[in-house]
Write a protein that binds this ligand. Structure first.
Ligand code: PLP
Length: 377
C-alpha cells in the first residue's frame, strides 16, 4: 500500500539521532519549556528570519501559534480578519479563539493561495488583520498583500503550518508579516512525534506578549501581567524537532525531487499539475493535482484506492460552508468561485521525503491508466 504521508518513515530515517535525543531528555528531569525548547526557538527563528535576532516562541500546536500570534498583534473581539476560505479549518478556529471574526477571501486558481484582489474587496472599517496561508507549501503572493496591508494599516499574520522552508523572492515564508505561525504536527514538513507549534516574529514586543500568553500571562518573575492560558511545548518534542530541523532542507529537496518526477511522469490531458510561482520555492507539503471534470476526482480516488494507493482531499468543503463557520463571504464578494471549484477538483497524491522514485512511478502509472480508460469512452 502507498500512503499519502508517512511520519513513521520519517522517524525511521532519523531514528538513531532521535532516540538519542529523547533519551537525553528523559535523563535530564526537565520535561516542559527547558533548554531543548529554548535552543529550538533560537535556531528555528534564525532559520526563518535568515539571521540571529529573530524571536521564536514554542507553543502547544499550530492552531495555538496562530491564535496567540493574532492576540499578541492586538487582534481581538469585534475585529475582522481576512483569510482564505480554502484552508484548514484550523486557520478559522484560531481567528475565532482570538475573539475575532473570520472574513472569507477567495484564492488564486493556479496557486491555491489567497487572491490579493479579493483581500482588497473584503476590507471593511472593522478589518484588523490578514492571515495569508502558504497552502500546500507554496507561498502566497506576499508583495501585493503587504502593499494592501500597509496602505490600509492591517496586521499580517502568516499561516506557515504547511510551509517550513518555503521561499518567496529569496526570503523565507514567515519572515514577511508581523508574526508567523508554524505547526509541528507529525505530517508537516517539520513534524514532531506529537503536537507542537511556534510563533516566529522579528518584533520583540510581539514575542514578549506571546511568551506571556502561552503560560498564564506570566513574565519571567512569574507574575501575571495579562490573562494568559496554557500552550507550552514539551522538551521531548523540541529535542525531536531539533534533530529534524538539521535535515529539513534535505527533506524538502527530496519532496521537490519527487514533485519533479510526478511532473515528468504524469501524462494526462485534462489533469492539472501544481505550478510553482515564479521566484518562489514550493516545499510540497502536499502534491495536489486537479481533476477539472465533475465527479471524476472521486472516481480517480476510488480507482487508486482499489490499487493500493491512498489519497486525501485537502479540502473537500471550503470553511465558509462548514456548519460551524457558515457565513456569507465578505460584502464585496458575492461568492468564492475559485475556492468552490478547488474543493471539487483537488486530490493530494502520495508525497513525503522517504517516498521512493519507484513509488512515484507506480502512482503515476495508475493515474495515467485511469485517464486512458476515460479517454477511450
Ligand atoms: C496543520 C495546520 C494548522 C494547524 O496546526 P495544528 O498543529 O494541527 O494545530 C493550521 N493551518 C494550516 C494551514 C494547517 O495545515
Amino acid at each position: 500500500m502507498i500512503v499519502p504521508a508517512n511520519p513513521k518513515a520519517q522517524y525511521e530515517s532519523h531514528r538513531t539521532e532521535i532516540d538519542r535525543a529523547i533519551r537525553a531528555v528523559l535523563k535530564s528531569g526537565r520535561y516542559i519549556l527547558g533548554e531543548e525548547v529554548r535552543r529550538l526557538e533560537e535556531s528555528f527563528a534564525a532559520y526563518v528570519g535568515g539571521r540571529a535576532g529573530w524571536h521564536g516562541i514554542g507553543v502547544g500546536n499550530g492552531t495555538e501559534a496562530l491564535h496567540l500570534a493574532l492576540a499578541a498583534c492586538g487582534v481581538g473581539a469585534g475585529d475582522e480578519v481576512i483569510t482564505p476560505s480554502f484552508t484548514s479549518v484550523a486557520t478559522a478556529a484560531a481567528i475565532g479563539m482570538a475573539g475575532a471574526r473570520p472574513v472569507w477571501a477567495d484564492i488564486e486558481p493556479e496557486s491555491f493561495t489567497i487572491d490579493p484582489g479579493s483581500v482588497e474587496r473584503a476590507i471593511t472599517p472593522r478589518t484588523r488583520a490578514v492571515v495569508p496561508v502558504h497552502l500546500y507549501g507554496q507561498p502566497a503572493d506576499m508583495t501585493p498583500i503587504l502593499k494592501i496591508a500597509k496602505r490600509r494599516r492591517l496586521r499580517v499574520i502568516e499561516d506557515c503550518a504547511q510551509a517550513h522552508g518555503a521561499r518567496y523572492k529569496g526570503r523565507s515564508a514567515g519572515s514577511f508579516g508581523d508574526a508567523a505561525a508554524f505547526s509541528f504536527y507529525p505530517t508537516k514538513n517539520l513534524g514532531a512525534l506529537g503536537d507542537g507549534g511556534m510563533v516566529v516574529t522579528r518584533h520583540p514586543e510581539v514575542a514578549r506578549r506571546v511568551r506571556r500568553l502561552r503560560e498564564y500571562g506570566w513574565d519571567a518573575d512569574r507574575i501575571s501581567r495579562c490573562k494568559g492560558g496554557n500552550s507550552r511545548l514539551d522538551e521531548i518534542q523540541a529535542a525531536v524537532l531539533r534533530v529534524k530541523l538539521r535535515h529539513l532542507d534535505r527533506d524538502n529537496a527530496r519532496r521537490a525531487a519527487r514533485a519533479a518526477d510526478y511532473a515528468r511522469l504524469l501524462k494526462c490531458p485534462g489533469l492539472v499539475l501544481p505550478v510553482e510561482r515564479r521566484g518562489c520555492k514550493h516545499v510540497y507539503h502536499l502534491y495536489v493535482i486537479r481533476v477539472p471534470v465533475e465527479g471524476r476526482r472521486d472516481e480517480l480516488r476510488e480507482y487508486l484506492r482499489d490499487r493500493g494507493i491512498e489519497t486525501l482531499v485537502h479540502y473537500p468543503v471550503p470553511v465558509h460552508h462548514q456548519p460551524a463557520y457558515r457565513g456569507r463571504p465578505a460584502a464585496g464578494l458575492k461568492c468564492l468561485p475559485a475556492a468552490e471549484s478547488a474543493a471539487r477538483e483537488v486530490l493530494s497524491i502520495p508525497m513525503y521525503p522517504e517516498l521512493a522514485e519507484r513509488g512515484v512511478r507506480t502512482v503515476a502509472r495508475a493515474i495515467n491508466a485511469f485517464f486512458k480508460t476515460k479517454g477511450d469512452r
